[in-house]
Write a protein that binds this ligand. Structure first.
Ligand code: ZN
Length: 79
């Protein structure tokens, strides 16, 4: 009798909705979260979580994305 934990199912659902194409970051750094929404899963990156901030150069303008550590890895391997 093995049941999938609800958390696993939730993670799968999050992984399926990935709107962001991978672009080469011009700058990446990590720190503790600020409560801002993650650009992959849409959930807040809490102050106890590691937040990755990535600056992308898109059509000549810089934009900043924020990720949970887990979500950053998901996004990164899409390239
Ligand atoms: Zn996330």
């Amino acid at each position: 009798m093995v049941n999938l934990a609800p958390a696993c199912t939730a993670d799968l659902k999050q992984d399926e909705r990935q709107p962001l194409p991978y672009e080469e970051p011009v700058r990446t750094w990590a720190g503790y979260g600020t409560g801002a929404a993650c650009n992959v899963c849409g959930l807040a990156v809490n102050v106890h979580d590691i937040e990755y901030e990535v600056e992308l150069l898109t059509h000549g303008s810089v934009r900043t994305l924020r990720f949970h550590l887990k979500c950053y890895r998901i996004w990164e391997v899409q390239s």
